[in-house]
Design a protein around this ligand. Structure first.
Ligand code: SF4
Ligand code: SF4
Length: 118
């Protein structure tokens, strides 16, 4: 039987503990209430439509302007004008497909977003 060569023992590294000062925590009286929006209208800055994978395309020839899609859109990005569906603001549309689901005449088709990339 061969004898195993004794290898070099790894050097012991001393790890210095660093004390991290915790940032001051808000107390219950100074904590903001959950879900509160302090800057009204700030959602306009965030173009949430950039991460959608599908885009709703409306066939306006078939649309009966019932505005169901306007009511059900969770992003409020389908706009109406003079009681008629006018357009969809794609920069905020998340491609959820709810509008296509609720449309009674099925004139909204969800298309692959890749088709519209430049
Ligand atoms: S796909 Fe969703 S977010 Fe986009 S317009 Fe339709 S309901 Fe609104
Ligand atoms: S739900 Fe359909 S028919 Fe009604 S307004 Fe929207 S697209 Fe037009």
């Amino acid at each position: 039987m061969k004898k195993k060569k004794a290898g070099k023992k790894p050097e012991k590294v001393k790890i210095k503990k660093i004390k991290v000062k915790k940032p001051p925590q808000p107390e219950w009286k100074t904590k903001p209430i959950g879900g509160m929006i302090f800057e009204a209208g700030n959602s306009l800055k965030y173009l949430t439509g950039t991460w959608k994978t599908a885009r709703p395309i409306t066939n306006y020839d078939k649309c009966i302007h019932c505005l169901k899609c306007v009511v059900y859109c969770p992003e409020n990005c389908i706009k109406a004008k003079n009681d008629k569906k006018d357009h969809t603001e794609y920069q905020y549309c998340k491609g959820c497909g709810i509008c296509a689901q609720v449309c009674p005449v099925k004139c909204i088709k969800m298309e692959d977003e890749d088709k519209f990339q430049e």
